[in-house]
Ligand binder design. Structure first.
Ligand code: PNS
Length: 162
């Protein structure tokens, strides 16, 4: 059994992410979800601690899945988590272009390899960015996230707008 590290911003975690975690779990047997700060993106809607809590609620009672907040490079976080491999989901060819570059950098830096899994076609349209945008207008995103995340988005947008 190996441990797969699934990194991302998870702002918030959605059902597309959950599918990637489930695929990684099936292949590798154990998964660490790494909530990482992405310096190329402006500060997010949820704090890192909130993202971890929502990811934990999203994975529910799945065994052999843990969630943590990490800083630095994905490979440093993967090593800190005791993971052997990084797993990333691919939605589109745009995802592939940047992910392939990151995978080459990561293996050159540490030897930690990246495995890509295709996102489930019926979930491939989902992104955290659009979830934040749609829910900020009070429109339901219940088909894209677990109920706890939907509730947290309603609360957060209420706080932001008050
Ligand atoms: O969910 P996202 O925002 O697409 O996740 C991107 C993330 C956080 C996984 C990516 O930006 C990342 O790995 N950041 C950590 C810094 C790093 O390792 N950069 C790559 C150097 S080659």
């Amino acid at each position: 059994m190996s441990t797969a590290f699934v990194p991302g911003s998870f702002d918030p975690m959605h059902l597309g992410h959950l599918d990637v975690v489930d695929q990684a779990l099936e292949v590798f047997g154990a998964v660490v979800i790494g909530v990482l700060h992405n310096p190329s993106k402006p500060s997010g809607l949820f704090t890192p601690d909130e993202r971890v809590a929502l990811a934990e609620q999203t994975v529910g009672d799945r065994r052999s899945v843990t969630v943590g907040a990490f800083s630095g490079l994905a490979v440093q976080a993967a090593a800190a988590a005791g993971a052997d491999i990084i797993v990333k989901g691919l939605r589109t060819t745009n995802d592939f272009d940047i992910e392939q570059q990151m995978a080459h950098n990561n293996v050159a830096l540490t030897g930690i390899r990246t495995v890509f899994v295709p996102c489930r076609p019926d979930l491939a349209f989902i992104s955290s960015r659009f979830i934040r945008e749609i829910s900020s207008q009070g429109v339901s995103i219940d088909h894209m996230v677990v109920p706890a995340v939907s509730a947290a988005l309603s609360t957060k947008h209420g706080e932001v707008n008050s």
